[in-house]
Ligand binder design. Structure first.
Ligand code: SF4
Length: 804
């Protein structure tokens, strides 16, 4: 057994810091038993069955029937283990088939009632710390009620507090059971008390469980313990410095600059020092991902490549011959593919040489020694400029391909969401075994044993149905997936946000501004990043609709938007808990969707459409394509930030007061601090005071947007670019009160088409058909919004009319 443990520990350690992979999790999975041997009910390792029975009777006196079967199990186990050598129960266990991790006690007992007696005996030995099993030996015995043995046996205030916290946690019963089981199992296999369940040891348990899970079934390759981790963190058992979720603990944190360089194993210590010093010097101006990219290009691709060609190279003075040889080698990537973007390699290298030259003027002692001619010739950069133009042309071609396909994608996600929402609605109302029909297809609702148990306890059952082909469908999951597909596509296309900006939206990014005339304008705040400025987007009716739908979904049943942390994959840091909008329940935990996950979802959507629409073959929308499409429609997508900032600074006080009733003050403070931190990274000139003229112009913009059928969604300070043909214009937001006017226009158009038909005006017919198509599309959009009409669920600030 100990060999197996050691082998596994070694395997785990290989993935830890110190290995050259540098992809280690934020918490190092390890357990270090400094606790004296833990025997909550005395050291029974050499006790006979009678002594164990006596202790067991004190710990678990009831029910009598279970007590008797447990005793029978203990006798049978003792007899079985007696056939194997050893002075202690542990030694005999390790020598027996039970310690081999290959067979469960119940199987050795022949299954049935006798098998259950064996299982009870095994639980007794584990819980009283007579035998310390390996994780695989514990799991193979399927000890579903194991916490009922461990918690009384430990009689530990900490563990009792954890059990109470799990019971009060907002988790399903299923995950509550798992949370308790995971902690009891971790304590058992590590042989420790609850006090020694640390982030490191618990992560070790999660790693080892993943390793020992059979390679089949639902939980292949998954980590356990997410719920337990959240409760342990929330109750303060884990230190505040620990990540709040197990998933965050698994993510690699930022590398230090030394680690960024060292992972490329630079042999010459002087060169290593130079690279480290160079990156430290650039650190204040470049974000983390920029530094990583610079280290990759300069250290790995350039320097290590040069050394491979000329091992004697001792400084930066690279001959043209060596450089040309290196250049030929670097145009092909490690995977054998052609490198398309050579500027990503050559630009950092050129910048490196030129930075050293300019810094040497001010600090000759530090940098002067390294100054030399840059080996990358100017002519190469000109070629790169031409290559970049080719890339831009390819991007434009992609946008032209995607533009006509966007309505198809939107129709697909809308129809899919509505179909699943209808199915969920109908199936929720159906009883177990009840058949119902939607659109000619028949479904049958089905309840699992767990569902029946939930219903008996007054809880809602999961919604599952069988379709006509006999497939069992998890309707909750499918509807949820369809909703988020719709929400992602709609938000991206109506806002033009970058993917990371989308995942960063929180309920606190949504603001309302009430104009002096009472009109309420919904605004979306896009936090500034180091490389891009803050934006405030006046929301169109469509964007408002999708954001409100998300908030309503997250606050169903009167909840507030759940607080979750967000992992920034570029900077590799976690945010403070915030009411982020693009969050999902994934198994045991809730988290903000990842940018990779969203891109993957879009890819799957396009593949699904391609099954019926050949235009989608080999085509897929990337998140940034929506931004490009948005930009081709709108030249500018927000208010000038100094007006937006004045507006928000002004509204913050009002809005904050309202939000305090919804979230605790810490949350508001975290969000404000986050904005302030980000604003500091931007030049101060972006936030000048707003002049009276600018403010009046801002107010007038909204008056100018009023049109007969509703309001125009064109960006701030832009004229109408569609010649006021509003019915045909994608920027028109139709006021639902003006639907009757759409009907009148439609009737008029139909009459005109009839006349054109009679007169043979073919050109006129084509134009009228086009207008009719737009008109009907707009009416469909408005009706869809009315069907799913929501408010934003945010406090309304008091009316104010000037930033003052
Ligand atoms: S045509 Fe479009 S941009 Fe012009 S006013 Fe009408 S809705 Fe606005």
């Amino acid at each position: 057994m100990n060999e197996r443990r050691a082998e596994r520990a070694l395997r785990l350690r290989r993935d830890q810091p110190g290995s050259v992979r540098y992809t280690r999790p934020a918490v190092v999975p390890t357990f270090d038993i400094r606790e004296p041997a833990h025997f909550p009910r005395g050291d029974l390792r050499r006790a006979d069955v009678e002594q164990i029975r006596t202790v067991a009777k004190q710990v678990w006196p009831d029910p009598a029937s279970r007590r008797r079967s447990r005793d029978r199990g203990l006798y049978k186990l003792a007899a079985l283990l007696a056939e194997h050598p050893g002075d202690t129960w542990q030694q005999r266990w390790d020598a027996s088939p039970l310690g081999s991790e290959q067979v469960a006690a119940r199987v050795l007992g022949g299954g049935g009632a006798v098998g259950t007696e064996y299982t009870q005996g095994v639980q007794t030995l584990f819980a009283l710390r007579i035998v310390r099993p390996t994780l695989a030996a514990l799991r193979i015995n399927q000890l579903t009620i194991y916490p009922q043995y461990v918690v009384p046996a430990e009689n530990d205030d900490g563990l009792n507090g954890f059990a109470a916290a799990v019971s009060a946690a907002a988790l399903s019963d299923h995950f509550k059971r798992w949370a308790l089981f995971d902690v009891c199992a971790a304590m058992t296999i590590h042989g420790v008390s609850f006090a020694y369940v640390t982030p490191e040891s618990f992560l070790h348990y999660a790693f080892e469980t993943r390793e020992t899970t059979p390679r089949t079934g639902l939980h292949v390759g998954k980590y356990v313990g997410h719920s337990a981790w959240q409760v342990l963190f929330a109750m303060g058992h884990f230190p505040p410095s620990a990540p709040p979720t197990l998933r965050n603990a698994l993510r690699a944190p930022q590398l230090t600059i030394e680690e960024m360089v060292d992972r490329y194993e630079v042999a010459d210590p002087r060169m290593r020092e130079l690279f480290v010093a160079y990156l430290h010097r650039r650190y204040p101006d470049v974000d983390y991902s920029g530094l990583l990219a610079a280290a990759y290009a300069i250290v790995k691709l350039f320097w290590n490549g040069i050394i491979e060609i000329n091992p004697a190279q001792g400084d930066l003075n690279v001959s043209q011959e060596v450089y040309q040889q290196w250049h030929r080698s670097v145009v092909v990537r490690e995977d054998g593919e052609q490198r398309l973007d050579m500027s990503a390699v050559l630009s950092p290298v050129r910048a490196f040489y030129f930075d050293l030259q300019s810094w040497a003027v001010d600090e000759p002692a530090m940098w002067g020694h390294w100054v030399t001619t840059c080996p990358v010739p100017r002519s190469t950069m000109n070629q790169i400029g031409r290559a970049k133009r080719r890339v831009r042309e390819r991007v434009h071609a992609t946008v032209r391909t995607l533009q006509p396909l966007l309505p198809v994608l939107v129709d697909h996600v809308t129809a899919d969401y509505e179909r699943w929402a209808t199915l969920l609605h109908r199936a929720t109302a159906a009883a177990d075994g009840e058949a119902f029909t939607i659109g000619g297809a028949t479904f049958v609702r089905t309840f699992s044993r767990e569902d029946n148990r939930r219903v008996r306890h007054g809880l809602p059952a999961k919604v599952r149905v069988f379709d006509e082909a006999g497939r069992r469908i998890d309707v909750n999951r499918s509807e949820d997936s369809a909703f988020w597909a719709w929400a992602i596509v709609e938000t991206l296309r109506h806002s033009g946000l970058r993917i990371e900006e989308l995942t960063e939206l929180s309920q606190l990014s949504v603001r309302q501004y009430r104009r002096p005339n009472g009109e309420v304008i919904a605004l979306l705040v896009v936090a500034p990043s180091k490389t891009d400025r803050e934006r405030v987007i006046p929301m169109s009716a469509e964007l408002f609709h999708v954001i409100a739908s998300i908030i309503r979904r997250l606050t169903v049943g009167g909840k507030t938007v759940p607080m979750v942390t967000r992992f920034d994959t570029y900077d590799r840091v976690w945010s403070d808990p915030q009411p982020f909008l693009f969050q999902r329940h994934i198994g045991q935990h809730v988290e903000v969707m990842t940018t990779g996950g969203i891109a993957e979802k879009l890819r799957h959507l396009c593949q699904a459409i391609a099954e019926n629409d050949p235009r989608f073959e080999g085509v897929h929308f990337r998140p940034h394509d929506f931004r490009r499409l948005f930009a081709t429609e709108l030249v500018n997508n927000g208010l000038p930030i100094h007006i937006g900032a004045a507006l928000l600074g002004h509204l913050n006080l009002e809005t904050t007061r309202g939000y305090v009733a919804v979230f605790n003050e810490d949350v508001i403070r975290h969000y404000q601090a986050h904005l302030q931190r980000r604003r500091k990274a931007r030049p101060a000139e972006e936030y000048p005071n707003v002049t009276v003229d600018e403010w009046e112009e801002f107010q007038a913009h909204f008056d100018k947007r009023k049109v007969e059928l509703g309001s125009c969604g064109r960006p701030y300070a832009t004229p109408c670019i569609h010649e006021h043909a509003c019915v045909r214009c994608p920027l028109l937001n139709v006021d639902p009160n003006m639907l009757h006017r759409l009907d009148e226009i439609e009737a008029d158009l139909i009459a005109r088409r009839q006349r054109a038909d009679n007169e043979g005006w073919q050109g006129e017919i084509e134009g009228i058909e086009l207008t009719l198509g737009f008109l009907r599309g707009k009416r469909g959009d408005v009706n869809g919004r009315i069907r799913r009409s929501h408010d934003l669920g945010i406090p309304t600030p008091a009316p104010r009319d000037h930033p003052g």
